[in-house]
Design a protein around this ligand. Structure first.
Ligand code: ZN
Length: 548
């Protein structure tokens, strides 16, 4: 038997007796992800349905944004609500909340404010999911209970999660979204393609580019240059993001998550070595300024001053002149008898330091018959060194090809009537514009490569005439040639009248190895080994372009 008949005798629920029809709706989500977006619209929908059923009008929507559940969130949120309520000309009858736990994460103080809202301003709280509200005394009690319960649940969850989290981190796993350059594989990742049973953090294509970016940074390159370098290769990075990246130990393969007591080694491969990371930190701290360029006294007639060292005490030789005779000398301040005349003369018995140096340079001169193999080797070495320009060209050609492919596919799609001509045109325009940009960059790059080839020619020319440059060059040129060929200077044995070479520019080492090749000794391997392939790295080739 239906009891519908007795409906008319039911006690009236106080909530249906209201005269004020205005209510506010309150929603909240705990994160920005898609799930939360759904949750948000669901909460809104629920509030709307409830309002419709009870003939309420939602005049204001409150919350909506995500708020982290940390700290005294409830109190802050209630304070805001209270302010709004106080200021509102027309006060709402109630605030609709999907579930009370949406509202409460920190209990006590929040509840006090909620009570103020209800008791002082007469604005009720309604939980739309259960229909419980502060309108009745029983409901009010239940609402406070729910707030407390939510608080308790939250506490328990934190207690439960943190130790687990810590253990997870201590085992070297990564927590959170993978930083640029790394791809995260695991059970909980958003991208379904990256689902895996065991967590893996792997260096992706961007990461390979970032390896170079870190190298550049460690070598003192400026951020805007690095950003341009990355962008040309398809990785856009904002200024802020880049400067934030330089301080992330994650890139060193180190986990510094705040839940850990101390840094630990992560289960992922580093993108930057610890040494380079430290260099970058030093650069950021501005502490890498080298001891400063030491201006040396110009000794126009004694260019070897400060460049040659005493073989006995390893100290720098100084120089002086005997003006009356117009003679110049090099001398060790610490060792007795270590003196060299600068120039050979009929009067001097011993060969002059300058003449000795000329002779030494002559041994580094590139003979004509070696020019061709030298050039060939130099070119190969430059290419092998994954020279930036060559690499860029390769990357650009790859992009060019892929866009061409896309255009072809688009045309196919048009022919197969999968897209209409409007879509075709729009997409094609975008692709063609991109293609044009790439072509432009390819042109610029081709110019750089031709400069590189010109640099090879210059290097050859310089190597062929190195002694001439020194002998006939002005003081500045002489100094440059000296530093170019022997970047660390020379040690001189004054008794034996002999220079002992320390470090020789790799360009001239290359020449030496070619010369051995030509003699037919078994040095073919030497010319191909890694030592030579580092020729252009660092100080290798660049100084050659100093514009003699
Ligand atoms: Zn000495």
């Amino acid at each position: 038997m239906g009891l519908e008949y007795f409906n008319q005798f039911m006690g009236t629920n106080p909530i249906d007796k209201k005269t004020n029809k205005n209510v506010w709706s309150y929603t909240r989500v705990s994160s920005k992800d898609q799930k939360s977006n759904k949750s948000l619209s669901y909460q809104k929908e629920y509030a709307e349905k409830y309002a419709e059923k009870k003939e309420f009008v939602i005049t204001e929507e409150f919350g909506n944004t995500f708020e982290s559940a940390k700290g005294d969130f409830t109190r802050k949120e209630f304070s805001k609500l209270l302010d709004r309520v106080k200021k509102a000309r027309v006060k709402p009858f109630a605030i609709l909340i999907y579930k009370m736990n949406r509202f409460s994460r920190s209990g006590g103080k929040g509840i006090a404010l909620a009570q103020e809202l209800v008791n002082k301003y007469g604005v009720h709280l309604v939980e739309t999911k259960s229909g419980i509200s502060t309108v009745t005394e029983e409901g009010e009690y239940q609402i406070w209970k729910k707030l407390l319960k939510a608080r308790k649940e939250n506490m328990e969850r934190l207690e439960h999660t943190i130790p687990g989290l810590k253990k997870f981190l201590e085992e070297g796993y990564y927590l959170g979204k993978a930083p640029v350059g790394y791809s995260l594989y695991g059970t909980k990742v958003q991208d379904f393609n990256n689902r895996a049973t065991e967590q893996r953090v792997e260096i992706n294509e961007d990461g390979k580019l970032l390896m170079k970016a870190w190298k550049m940074k460690a070598n003192g390159e400026r951020d805007y240059v690095i950003r341009a370098f990355l962008e040309k290769r398809g990785l856009k990075m904002s200024k802020q993001k880049m400067s934030a990246m330089w301080t992330k130990a994650t890139y060193c393969g180190i986990s510094t998550n705040k839940f850990l007591d101390k840094p630990i080694k992560g289960n992922w491969k580093p993108i930057v070595s610890v040494a380079d990371f430290k260099k970058v930190q030093a650069i950021l701290a501005g502490s890498t300024r080298t001891s400063g360029y030491k201006v040396e006294k110009t000794n126009v007639d004694r260019p070897l001053t400060g460049f040659i060292y005493c073989s006995k005490c390893k100290g720098k030789l100084t120089s002086y002149s005997v003006k009356k005779k117009g003679l110049h000398y090099y001398k060790c301040q610490s060792c007795k008898g270590v003196t060299l005349n600068a120039n050979s003369s009929q009067k001097s018995i011993k060969t002059g330091a300058h003449n000795m140096f000329s002779d030494l340079l002559l041994t580094y001169k590139l003979e004509d018959k070696l020019v061709a193999p030298f050039k060939e080797q130099l070119k190969r070495v430059i290419k092998e060194n994954s020279n930036e320009e060559y690499e860029l060209q390769e990357a650009l050609l790859k992009r060019q090809k892929s866009i061409q492919n896309k255009i072809d596919k688009l045309t196919d799609a048009l022919i197969d009537e999968l897209i209409d001509s409007e879509v075709y045109k729009r997409k094609k325009d975008i692709l063609e514009q991109e293609l044009e940009e790439i072509n432009g960059e390819l042109n610029i790059d081709a110019k750089k490569i031709s400069n590189l080839e010109k640099m090879i020619d210059d290097s050859v020319e310089l190597s062929q005439n190195i002694n001439v440059y020194w002998e006939s060059g002005a003081y500045e040129v002489k100094r440059k040639v000296q530093e170019l060929v022997f970047p660390e200077g020379l040690v001189v044995n004054s008794e034996k009248r002999q220079y002992l070479t320390k470090k020789v520019n790799r360009l001239f080492q290359l020449k030496a190895s070619i010369a051995k090749d030509a003699k037919g000794t078994k040095t073919k391997k030497v010319s191909k080994n890694a030592d030579l392939s580092s020729l252009v790295a660092g100080t290798g080739l660049e100084p050659v372009t100093f514009g003699l």
